[in-house]
Design a protein around this ligand. Structure first.
Ligand code: 13P
Length: 279
C-alpha cells in the first residue's frame, strides 16, 4: 500500500498549483509505459480504466499490477473512469481502486445526484474517492473530423447543489473541453473555470487532455485543476508505432522484439504530459 493517499496529492497539487495526470490503459504496453515515465520522473500518477478498458483488461488484473508496481514506485493510483455500471463500480471499490468516477451525466439531475450520493457513501467507507459528473463531457477518445455543434459549460448553481448534496471529492468540469483529438483546434473557457473554482471548494478535474494546447492546460492548472485525464494521444502512439514496426519488420514474430518500441513511444507521450502538468 502506498503511504501517501491520492487525496494527499490532490491537496498538495491544489496548494502548489500542479496537476496529477490520469493516463488510461487497456494493454500491458500502455501500463508499463505509464509506470516507467512516472517512476523516472518521480511523479505520482493515476492509471485510468474506462468501463471498456476495465472489462477488457480486468479489474483484478489492474489492481494486482498496481500493487506490484507500487513496490517499485509507491505513488501509483487507480481510477475507474466514466463508470456507469453500478456493479462494476462497487467491484472496483471492493478491489481497492483509489478513486471511482461515477458518470451519471446521462441521467436526470436529481437521479444523478441520488445515485452519486449512494456511491460516495459506499466508497468513502472503503477509503475510495469519488469523482462526479453533471453535464456530459462530449466526444470520445478517438480521432474526430468534426467538432460538436455546441460548447457545453457547467451550470454553476447546479454544480454547487450537486457538490454539497453528494459529498463528492472531485468534479469533472465542462469548460469547452472534449474527449478525443480533432482536426480543428479548440480553446477552453478559462473564465468559466474561474467561476467554478470560486463557487466550488472541491478538487477539479479536466477531461479531454489530448490535443489541448499547452497554454490552455497551464491556464487550467493555474485556475484550480488538480487532475488531467489523457487517453487518445496514448492510443495514437500505440497504434502508429505498432503499425510502423510491423510494416518495417514483416518477418518478425517475436513480441518482445516489437513491443519495446511501442512502450517507448507511449512513454514519451506520458513524459511530455507529466512535465507539462507537474514541471
Ligand atoms: P482524451 O482522450 O481526450 O485524452 O480524454 C481522456 C479522458 O478524459 C478520459 O476520461
Amino acid at each position: 500500500m502506498s503511504n501517501k493517499s491520492l487525496k494527499y496529492f490532490f491537496g498538495r497539487a491544489k496548494k502548489e498549483k500542479w496537476a496529477i495526470g490520469q493516463f488510461n490503459f487497456s494493454t500491458l504496453e500502455q501500463l508499463k509505459a505509464i509506470v516507467s515515465a512516472a517512476k523516472k520522473l518521480k511523479s505520482p500518477v493515476i492509471l485510468g480504466t474506462s468501463q471498456g478498458e476495465a472489462n477488457f483488461f480486468g479489474l483484478e488484473e489492474a489492481t494486482l499490477l498496481r500493487d506490484l508496481y507500487r513496490k517499485k514506485f509507491p505513488y501509483i493510483y487507480l481510477n475507474l473512469d466514466h463508470g456507469k455500471d453500478i456493479d462494476l463500480i462497487k467491484k472496483a471499490i471492493d478491489l481497492g481502486y483509489d478513486c471511482v468516477h461515477f458518470d451519471g451525466s446521462g441521467l436526470d439531475f436529481q437521479e444523478n445526484l441520488k445515485i452519486t450520493k449512494k456511491i460516495v457513501k459506499y466508497a468513502h467507507k472503503k477509503g475510495c474517492l469519488v469523482e462526479g459528473e453533471i453535464k456530459s463531457i462530449q466526444g470520445s477518445s478517438e480521432i474526430h473530423k468534426e467538432l460538436p455543434k455546441e460548447v457545453l459549460l457547467e451550470d454553476i448553481e447546479k454544480a454547487k447543489e450537486f457538490v454539497k448534496k453528494t459529498g463528492i471529492d472531485s468534479l469533472a468540469v465542462n469548460i469547452g473541453n472534449l474527449h478525443g483529438v480533432y482536426t480543428k483546434s479548440i480553446r477552453l473557457k478559462i473564465d468559466h473555470l474561474q467561476k467554478i473554482k470560486k463557487a466550488i471548494p472541491i478538487f477539479l478535474v479536466l477531461h479531454g487532455g489530448s490535443g489541448t494546447s499547452k497554454k490552455d492546460i497551464k491556464e487550467t492548472i493555474k485556475n484550480g485543476v488538480v487532475k488531467i485525464n489523457v487517453n487518445t494521444e496514448l492510443r495514437i502512439a500505440w497504434r502508429e508505432t505498432l503499425e510502423k514496426i510491423l510494416r518495417k519488420h514483416r518477418g518478425t514474430v517475436k513480441p518482445y522484439n516489437i513491443l519495446p518500441k511501442v512502450i517507448s513511444a507511449i512513454e514519451k507521450v506520458v513524459t511530455t504530459k507529466i512535465n507539462l502538468f507537474n514541471p
